[in-house]
Structure formats: structure tokens, C-alpha cells
Write a protein that binds this ligand. Structure first.
Ligand SMILES: [Mn+2]
Length: 404
């Protein structure tokens, strides 16, 4: 292993230093992003996946994830594929890195311009199944436990082009088939579905985490399918990311997560984690850390287009350090005696009504229904109550800003 640069060394010697046990992962496509956008060409040379594994390991990352074609070029021969995979496995071993997640690129090649599992052309739909099965084999071979499905172009530009109900059926048939494939091969994979409202299509099916959760329960194997929410994608739909993740987490469906940042509803920006929405992402990290999320903390973001390779590693380190900063601040917020006392005051209430609600939790009885109907409440007093949320929120701000 090469000695990290002085800059990295200085900034990774404190309590926010990324460590393997923090379970930080990056997509190979994130750091290898060459800065192409619809208005400009690549600004950085392609990064070698093995070099990326080495650099990320030095920075404290736990693993890497990939689309099939991030590692094995589209159309590579079987011999070429085997050589690439062998060299990559050796790099993982050499640098103590794992591959917790893999996925398929079903959006880059022109064949997928009308989608993959929902394309109107049956040859494209069948080819998408073939490509995904090969990619699942590759992911399983490298030890992936989670397989992500981002339906990049599964949508429409013109609503006249296909019936949405038919597309949803086609998507379900594909996922059902691939679940059976994974079971048949004994891969023990969990599938994580990633929603996005639009881009690159003008409208994508399964726009949000909520849409995807609803769909999962219509599958043949709902237990093996969960979600992979992405910060930027929910912000693009104008939603509260913490609430989307909480719903998935509470349903036992948060199988994976894509951490990045976004300046509100506009094109998908994939900014460095925590570079924009400090407050919402503070509460996101608090949610993940306090509610038993055990999966990788995966960054699906990319460096600013202005950066050279040094900037790429500044970006990667920044994502991880900011997560750990939020983690430390969230813990300080939760253990602050002033916050704890204030919350105890806010949550206190009428003992009789607390007892009633404890019974509601246990379940319905006709007697309980009658008791609630006969209970006297004081709506005037309830309406006059102050909740002290201004004080509470300011305490959160002071923790986020590092004042307390
Ligand atoms: Mn994105």
C-alpha cells in the first residue's frame, strides 16, 4: 500500500476518520465519473477499478459496488471477463475490501433507449433479462449480498408510446423471474429497488420510495425485495428523504441506501454527501444510527466537474467524514441533558389518556371503543398549548453547528 498524501493523513487522524467498521462503500462509477454532462465532454481520465479499490481502502472505505460494465466492458469476451474478474478479486483481497452490492447497467447502451424490462420491443426485454442474469452471476461471484435495480430508462417520453399498466406488469414479470433465477442458483441475494421520478426519461415508473414499497408487495417473493432510496432522487420529487427512509426502515425494507446530496427539485446532481442539506441529513444519519440500519453506508455521488483526480479523493473522503460528523453530532444531541429534559417535558401528557392509548396499542375491543367515546377532552386547552419546538429545533441547530 502506498503512503497516503499528507493532506489525507492530516485530515484522517481525528474522531471523524473513516474506518472499515463504519461500512462506507462507493460505487466504482462514482469516483470514476469523468464529469461528462449533456453540455460537455469528459474532464478527467478514466480511473482504473483496481487503483480505485486501493485508494478507497487507504481512505478508510469498507467496500465498492459496481454495475456490470463498470468492471467488464460491454461486449467483452468470456476470457477477457475472467481475467478482469480475477485481477479485481486479487485487488479486493490485497486491500481488504468487499463488494456488498452489485447492479446492472440497463441504460447506457443505445439498445436500452426505450427502457429495459418495460421497453416495447420484446427483443430488448429478453436481452435485458439475459444481461441481468450475467450481471447477477458476476455480483454473486464477487460476494455481493444485495442486488440493486435502478430502472434508469424504465419510463416514457410520450405517454402515447405504451400503457403504464402494461409496463408495470412487464416490470413485475421480470423481477419475479429474476428472483426465481437467484433462488435457483442459490445466490442468497436480496434485491433492492431504486426509485427515481425522472431523468434520463422525462417520466420514470415507480417515482418514489412510496411507489416502490407499494409495488414490492405485489411480487411473488416480497420478502426478498426491498428498496434502495437515494437522497437526490427523493429531493427531485420534492419529498422529505428522512420520512421516505423511515417508512422503508419501519417496514423492514431498507436493504441498501444511496447517500449523496441535491439542491432541491431539479436535475439529478449526486453531490457530495452533506454538502447541501445539513439539517435533513443530520436527521437522516440520526435515524439510520438509532434505528438499526446495518447495511453499507453507500455513496452514490460524484465529484464536481471542476476536479482533477486529487479532487476525486477529496470528494470521497468528504462524504465519509461528513457522515461521521453527523453521527457524532446526533449522539451529542440525543445525550444532551437539556434536550432530554425538554423532550421529556414535551412528551409528558394526561395519565388517563396515556393509559387509553396503551390499550389501543394492544388492539380493538368494543368496550375500549365505548370508553374512548365517553371520555371527556378539553380541546380549548389542547389548542392553547405551546410545544416548545422553537427551543428544541434551535438546540438541534446548535448541535449541528458544533456550538454545544
Ligand atoms: Mn442520483
Amino acid at each position: 500500500m502506498t503512503v497516503p498524501s499528507q493532506l489525507i493523513h492530516e485530515s484522517t487522524s481525528d474522531q471523524f476518520t473513516p474506518k472499515k467498521e463504519d461500512k462506507f462503500t462507493f460505487g466504482l462509477w462514482t469516483i470514476a465519473n469523468q464529469g461528462r454532462d449533456p453540455f460537455g465532454d469528459a474532464v478527467r481520465p478514466a480511473l482504473n477499478p483496481i487503483h480505485s479499490v486501493q485508494k478507497l481502502s487507504e481512505l478508510g472505505a469498507y467496500g465498492v459496488n459496481f454495475h456490470d460494465n463498470d468492471l467488464v466492458p460491454f461486449g467483452a469476451s468470456a476470457a477477457e471477463r475472467d481475467r478482469i474478474v480475477r485481477d479485481f478479486k486479487k485487488a479486493l483481497d490485497d486491500y481488504g475490501m468487499v463488494v456488498p452490492m452489485a447492479t446492472t447497467n440497463l441504460f447506457y447502451h443505445p439498445a436500452f433507449k426505450d427502457g429495459a424490462f418495460t421497453a416495447v420491443d420484446p427483443s430488448v426485454r429478453a436481452f435485458a433479462l439475459q444481461k441481468t442474469m450475467h450481471a447477477i452471476d458476476l455480483g454473486a461471484e464477487l460476494g455481493a449480498k444485495t442486488y440493486v435495480f435502478w430502472g434508469g430508462r424504465e419510463g416514457v417520453d410520450s405517454e402515447a408510446s405504451k400503457e403504464a399498466t402494461e409496463s408495470l406488469k412487464r416490470f413485475r414479470e421480470a423481477i419475479n423471474f429474476l428472483c426465481e433465477y437467484s433462488i435457483d442458483k442459490g445466490y442468497n441475494l436480496r434485491f433492492a429497488m431504486e426509485p427515481k421520478p425522472n431523468e434520463p426519461r422525462s417520466d420514470t415508473y415507480f417515482a418514489t420510495v412510496g411507489h416502490m414499497l407499494g409495488f414490492i408487495y405485489t411480487l411473488d417473493h416480497p420478502d426478498m425485495v426491498g428498496v434502495n432510496p437515494e437522497v437526490a432522487h427523493e429531493y427531485m420529487a420534492g419529498l422529505n428523504f428522512v420520512h421516505s427512509v423511515a417508512q422503508a426502515l419501519e417496514a423492514g425494507k431498507l436493504f441498501h441506501i444511496d447517500l449523496n446530496d441535491q439542491k432541491g427539485p431539479r436535475y439529478d446532481q449526486d453531490l457530495r454527501f452533506g454538502s447541501e442539506n445539513l439539517k435533513n441529513l443530520f436527521f437522516l444519519v440520526r435515524l439510520l444510527e438509532n434505528h438499526g440500519y446495518e447495511g453499507p453506508r453507500h455513496f452514490d455521488a460524484h465529484p464536481y466537474r471542476t476536479e482533477d483526480e486529487a479532487g476525486v479523493w477529496d470528494f470521497a473522503l468528504g462524504c465519509m467524514r461528513t457522515y461521521n460528523m453527523f453521527k457524532v453530532r446526533a449522539k451529542q444531541f440525543d445525550t444532551d441533558p437539556t434536550v432530554k429534559q425538554l423532550l421529556a417535558d414535551i412528551y409528558a401528557g394526561n395519565a388517563d389518556h396515556i393509559a387509553l392509548l396503551d390499550q389501543v396499542k394492544k388492539g380493538y375491543t368494543a368496550e375500549l371503543a365505548n370508553t374512548i367515546k365517553a371520555t371527556t377532552f378539553d380541546p380549548k386547552a389542547l389548542g392553547e398549548r405551546g410545544y416548545q419546538y422553537e427551543k428544541l429545533d434551535q438546540l438541534a441547530i446548535e448541535h449541528i453547528m458544533g456550538i454545544r
